[in-house]
Design a protein around this ligand. Structure first.
Ligand code: AMP
Ligand code: MG
Length: 431
């Protein structure tokens, strides 16, 4: 990973966060180079990002194949055939009975069809030489002694998959940067590709910092709360295809946080620190980052709510993210900025520019925003038949987990707008 080409900032001289827009923050994230690639077996390739375009090693299909059960023949032999004026051909082979141990007879083994000849063929069977079309069995009749009546005209190529019609040998079957879906895995299997080169899954270290935090397994002492973020952020990182590792809780203590950051950085591709990202007396994340040799703060503050006190820094080309400790803020930053960043690190070049993995919902009521910052509103989606889902803003105290539990996604009120009206269609970031 190369360090982004931006002027390092320190907080000297800044009374408050040095806020950038979400687009600027995303552009800074995009300046981190994707990780290297590795070869994985097909069984492990689902959801991974293809590191280079895959050229088809062979034609697919390899031979002309029937799309229907019927008769393979030369289209010109039944040209103009109809119910009232059928054509007649001789069936000289039944390729259905030549399936042996799951294999259809090779076209080379089937007889070459002469003029007026046809062969009975199953769906998926390879066309015999001399045939260029398949007439569906429903449009034929057996007259006995191999004579077949054809009651429908067919065009050359009709009901036939041509060799290379899915993809031609040497052509790009899948582009670089594509996140492999089940359908892609199916294509790779059809092509006999059993190993693929994909972006390495980013190893993400996660630290939580706060004197008040106790592990989930502990009974909190008075004034303590259990650490939510380590767990929730790790899940969200895994959802984005990363390999998260939670490294526990660090108190609000600069030397200890500095040491924890140094140790965490050594074993990860990117570090997420939740808590202590603002400018209070107990907020040490920026200082702990700046204490690392060669550290640069690229941004401190994003013009979004929740999520404003977010830090982006780099040390030795690795990204360090300081997330606000407030649970909702941390999850919104993760959903909107950092899950795309993890996809980007894994090689998905469009992840940071594409915006939300779009679907739109219709607002059930007006929602207010504040000019100058982008407001992310939690919404519950009501599915409707044949209409975009209806988005109901989830109201409630922001510190409660229950608003996140009730929400299916987030809708952004743009920074330049004072709000969105009931009935407006808006893109949704899924939660
Ligand atoms: P901070 O960003 O450190 O100022 O924390 C903001 C709020 O989020 C405080 O109320 C913290 O107690 C809370 N908080 C910080 N870290 C976590 C965490 N890992 N899990 C749950 N709540 C947290
Ligand atoms: Mg704190």
């Amino acid at each position: 990973m190369g360090a982004p080409d931006v002027t390092p900032k320190t907080l000297d001289g800044h009374g408050f966060l040095d806020v950038v827009s979400r687009a600027e923050f995303s552009a800074l994230l995009a300046s981190f180079a994707p990780l290297a690639a590795e070869d994985v077996p097909l069984e492990l390739a689902h959801g991974r990002v293809l590191a280079r375009a895959l050229a088809a090693p062979e034609d697919l299909p390899a031979t002309a194949r029937a799309c229907m059960d019927g008769y393979a023949l030369a289209a010109r032999d039944v040209f103009g055939a109809s119910e009232t004026n059928p054509a007649y051909v001789d069936c000289v082979a039944d390729l259905r009975i030549d399936w042996h141990e799951g294999q259809c007879a090779e076209p080379a083994d089937a007889p070459r069809l002469g003029p007026g000849q046809a062969a009975r063929i199953p769906t998926g069977g390879s066309l015999p030489r001399g045939a260029d079309a398949v007439v569906m069995v429903e449009h034929t009749g057996e007259l006995g002694a191999g004579s077949i009546e054809v009651r429908r005209t067919v065009a050359p190529g009709e009901n036939v998959m041509l060799p290379g019609e899915d993809v031609r040998q040497g052509e790009s079957a899948l582009p670089a940067g594509r996140t492999l879906r089940a359908q892609d895995i199916g294509l790779l299997a059809a092509l006999g590709v059993t190993s693929v080169r994909v972006g390495i899954m980013p190893r993400i270290a996660i630290l939580s910092t706060g004197d008040e935090l106790a592990p989930a397994s502990a009974t909190p002492r008075p004034g303590q709360i259990r650490d939510v973020n380590s767990h929730a952020l790790a899940c969200m990182a895994a959802e984005a295809g990363a390999e998260p590792r939670t490294l526990g809780i660090i108190p609000d203590d600069l030397p200890r946080l500095t040491a924890a950051v140094a140790e965490a950085l050594a074993g990860c591709d990117a570090l997420f620190v939740s808590g202590g990202s603002s400018l209070g007396a107990r907020d040490h994340t920026v200082s702990a980052i700046l204490a690392q040799p060669g550290a640069a703060i690229l941004a401190h503050g994003v013009a979004m709510s929740p999520g404003k006190p977010t830090i982006l820094a780099t040390v030795g080309g690795k990204a360090i993210l300081g997330l606000p400790g407030q649970v909702t803020s941390a999850q919104v930053v993760m959903a909107v900025l950092l899950k795309p960043f993890l996809r980007h690190l894994a090689g998905d070049a469009a992840a940071l520019t594409a915006g939300p993995p779009v679907f739109v919902a219709e607002l059930s009521r007006n929602i207010a925003g504040r000019p100058g910052r982008e407001d992310f509103v939690r919404v519950r989606l009501e599915q409707r038949d044949g209409l975009p889902p209806l988005a109901h803003p989830v109201l409630g105290k922001s510190g409660l987990l229950k608003t996140l539990l009730a929400a299916d996604g987030l809708i952004a009120v743009p920074a330049a707008s004072e709000g969105l009206y009931k009935g407006a269609l808006a893109p949704v970031w899924p939660l």
